[in-house]
Design a protein around this ligand. Structure first.
Ligand SMILES: [Zn+2]
Length: 132
């Protein structure tokens, strides 16, 4: 059984939604400021019925524009959305420990416990940025 209650998962999902909305808003503003209004327009539509389609188009555009960090961030958020209801969500992918609900609410895309994340970042120093 998962250590996460239904309430925990709801809080995590709400946090994910807020982070995605924030991220997309920031991205839209950045694209508009750099004159890439065709991308910004797609992002503006990414709410409602065509959200999945708009998101797929957005990911394609970001990849084409070589905005790798943005692509990874958005994919991590989408991945967390898919996993949040699964029994495996909230388990550290390295050691299997329960990731505390508070950590997941603050950082829903976390896939490791704090100890393993620190070890991972230490091991991969220079290759990864610990901003997420
Ligand atoms: Zn761990």
């Amino acid at each position: 059984m998962s250590h996460l209650t239904k309430k925990d998962r709801l809080a995590i999902r709400a946090s994910l939604e807020a982070q995605r909305a924030n991220f997309l808003h920031g991205l839209k503003t950045a694209l508009e400021e750099s004159g890439q209004t065709q991308f910004a327009e797609v992002l503006g539509r990414s709410s409602g019925d065509s959200a999945d389609e708009a998101l797929a188009v957005t990911l394609g555009n970001l990849a084409a524009a070589r905005m790798d960090h943005e692509v990874r961030t958005l994919q991590a958020l989408e991945d967390a959305f898919k996993r949040v209801d699964s029994p495996e969500y909230g388990l550290c992918e390295d050691c299997g420990a329960h990731i505390p609900a508070a950590r997941l609410v603050a950082n829903p895309v976390a896939t490791r416990c704090i100890a393993c994340q620190e070890r991972f970042e230490h091991t991969h120093a220079g290759q990864t940025h610990g901003s997420m």
